[in-house]
Design a protein around this ligand. Sequence first.
Ligand code: ASP
Length: 334
Amino acid sequence: MTALSMAGAVHAGPVLVIHGGAGVIKRDMSPAREKAVRAALTQALQAGYAQLKSGKAAIDAVSAAIVLLEDDPNFNAGKGAVFTHDGKNELDAAIMDGFTLRAGSVAGLHRVKNPILLARAVMEKSEHVMLVGEGAEAFAKEVGIALVDPGYFRTEERWQQLQKALKEDRMRKPHADEETAKHFGTVGAVALDVAGHLAAGTSTGGITDKRYGRVGDSPIIGAGTYADSGCAVSGTGWGEYYIRTVAAHEICMRVTQMRVPLDRAAAEVINQEIPSMGGNGGAIALDADGHIAMPFNTDGMYRGWIGADGVPHVALYGDEDDGTGEPLPSASDE
Ligand code: ASP
């Protein structure tokens, strides 16, 4: 098992950390695919960082980064989402502002182009925290969030993943441990803005071959997404285990309330508690001092971060240096 958990520190200035899903990432992934994934992660970091650099709030950086990843078919969120057992794309997302503890979340969407924008609208424009299915889409229409034909989300690759999973179902193989289900591909972001406020967001198509109506951890505040004044977390992995361990809140509770160092808290939950119950996955976490943790117990995790010097760092594989071992530059080093 790969169990990476590294930490660095910024003394001031904005930080953005993103993920594009944990899971099996084959070394023989085509060079073109690898290049596209690295480019997409880099662009998402730059887009989010531009918001932070211009003095915008952490929540703006989180939404900006996630929108780009949702629009990119290489990730299991927005376009390129995985298929349910009955051949549909069903999308979930959540966003949380650590400064105000306001949150918005959506689940079971079929027609919302950017679920993270709808989650944010639920937070900012409704009196609720969570809206699902048709009610969520009716609200999207009301507040002017773009709706698309459900066919927009379809990619051939995801369709073939479903066909493989269905075949395994027929052969009664538990495909949750097979490669089709192991690359989770959800996207997420956590950010620290110049005012010292944190935010977190996550967007996903869920898990290949999931049942119609299944909701994972990503839109459950405290499970796959959480932020408070001291910590922000976005998870990716086998969602049922993240819900049962209330993973994101558990990490933040240890950091903010119990003063456990971020990398230790994140590693305890992601690399000890979740695997000890039979689950797997990873997470990105950030604290109010700019420490970063990106633990995962799978072979790899698409991940990246950008600190006060504005240089994006991206890594995909488990044994790849993601630069978090080095102390991060402070804003005053610029
Ligand atoms: N955590 C997501 C879910 O269970 C899947 C993922 O991370 O890709 O819905």
